[in-house]
Write a protein that binds this ligand. Structure first.
Ligand code: SAJ
Length: 425
């Protein structure tokens, strides 16, 4: 069995390496020569637990090679990015470019799988494109009778930091352009997936992926809306959530400074664009989560203005706890807005950063370690719930003003409601 994986990013590279380990010969294709060279030297360009050892092993055994060119194979897996424009409209051009690259080498019996998060209908568009480029092949969904090739959509649903474990253990939802395509793709995934493989249509599988992340976004928006209401009502939102969650059928998520990452804040827009008149709740949830970041910036600005001589530390930049990923992070957005306005008054603590991201260039804000911040700063703005911050004992922060957007320190004195902006002394 030979497999060609297009896109060697966060999903493509771990997937290519796992397939290679399961006994296939894999070519990993990427448009970046630097990525190709790195992988061919047995190294990795992305941080992910255990990925370096896995890639080194399969490259050394000669079962994974990288290239900038698509080669003939039994199966093709497309795992390229689907970005969006400023109006949040999905951009499927990389997916279509990958399909164009595959078209010339396709032969009867081949399987083409799309894994990239995609608007509903994209797999059918890929099929139509392949049919147009290869009129000599019977392409499923575009021809009568048995097709020559198989096309399916199978989304990834792994959590960064647990990618290799979740690629193997999570259930997979496999959507075929036809039931025959789904069955063929299921045989492919069973080679390296331990979780259940469930088949459906390509359109349903595309929607499943978008729905999973929209579900989480809507639920976080609920928590964020509660936090702003509780602030207005002078109630401790974390206590309210903790108590409400004692109900057997209630499970409210945690408020924060907004929603970050590359999926949950993006995928709901793909659904909204697909059915704009039917997606009021999902659109509103997105708006609530965006508004929460603006709310935190406004509240922090007010607090600093009330304490003009205070030295301020922003705790955390990552988009979620205990990781070193700062892209699309609401914490960066908040801290950078404060740095632009208050400059040198702002110190940043981020144990996972080696320097400040470019958003802070020219602001005068500085990156300091936690001990320095605790020794020198009087006002702490908690933006990320890193374990390191959670463990700060009360005696090291009892005398500080704290604006805690993550509910990290329920014992912080002077805050009947920790989500509430502390009043000026
Ligand atoms: N967040 C909150 N409150 C919460 C939970 C999360 O504010 O109670 C925030 C986080 O701080 C972070 C953001 O949400 O800024 C997203 O973090 P996350 O841990 O919820 O999700 P991601 O983006 O790391 O990964 C998600 C996962 N999707 C779901 O859990 C439904 C993952 O399984 C997907 O594979 C991934 O998106 C993806 O690639 O689509």
């Amino acid at each position: 069995q030979s497999v060609c994986v297009l896109g060697l990013g966060y999903i493509g590279l771990p997937t290519a390496a796992l397939i290679a380990r399961s006994g296939c010969r894999v070519t990993g294709v990427d448009v970046s020569q630097a990525v190709v060279d790195t992988v061919n030297s047995g190294k990795v360009h992305i941080e992910e637990i255990d990925l370096d050892g896995l890639v080194q092993g399969v490259v050394a055994r000669g079962v994974l090679t990288a290239s900038t060119k698509v080669t003939a194979a039994d199966s093709f897996v497309i795992a390229v990015p689907t970005p969006h424009d400023d109006e949040h409209r999905p951009d499927t051009s990389h997916v279509l470019a990958a399909a164009r690259a595959i078209a010339p080498v396709l032969v009867p019996g081949n399987l083409v799988i799309l894994e990239s998060t995609s608007p509903v209908g994209t797999t059918e568009t890929v099929a139509a494109l392949l049919a147009e480029l290869r009129p000599d092949l019977k392409v499923p969904g575009t021809c009568a009778g048995a097709a020559d090739i198989f096309i399916a959509y199978c989304p990834e649903r792994v959590l960064p930091g647990r990618i290799l474990v979740e690629l193997v253990d999570n259930d997979r939802c496999i959507g075929g352009i036809t039931p025959r395509c789904a069955r063929r793709a299921m045989t492919f995934y069973r080679q390296f997936v331990r979780g259940a493989c469930v088949t459906t249509t390509a359109r349903a599988a595309e929607m499943v992926k978008l729905v999973e992340n929209s579900y989480r976004d809507v639920n976080i928006a609920f928590a964020n809306e509660l936090s702003m209401m509780a602030e207005a009502l002078d109630v401790d939102v974390w206590e309210v959530i903790r108590l409400a969650n004692r109900h057997p059928r209630v499970n409210i998520l945690q408020p924060g400074p907004g929603v970050g990452g590359h999926c949950i804040a993006v995928d709901p827009w793909f659904l909204v664009h697909g059915a704009p008149d039917q997606s009021r709740l999902i659109r509103t949830a997105r708006e609530v989560n965006l508004a929460k970041t603006a709310h935190v910036i406004g509240a922090a600005e007010m607090l600093i203005t009330q304490h003009p001589r205070a030295r301020v530390a922003c705790l955390g930049l990552a988009f979620k706890p205990n990781i070193d990923d700062f892209r699309e992070s609401p914490a960066v957005e908040v801290a950078a807005a404060l740095a632009r306005r208050f400059g040198e008054q702002i110190a940043i603590v981020e144990p996972y950063a080696r320097g400040l991201p470019m958003e802070f260039a020219g602001t005068g804000a500085t990156l300091v370690d936690l001990d320095t911040a605790l020794a020198k700063c009087d006002l702490l703005i908690v933006l990320v719930d890193h374990e390191l911050f959670k463990s700060i004992p009360l005696e090291e922060r009892a005398d500080k003003f704290v604006y805690d957007t993550r509910g990290l320190w329920p014992d912080q004195p002077g805050q009947s409601a920790p989500n509430r902006i502390p009043r000026a002394a």
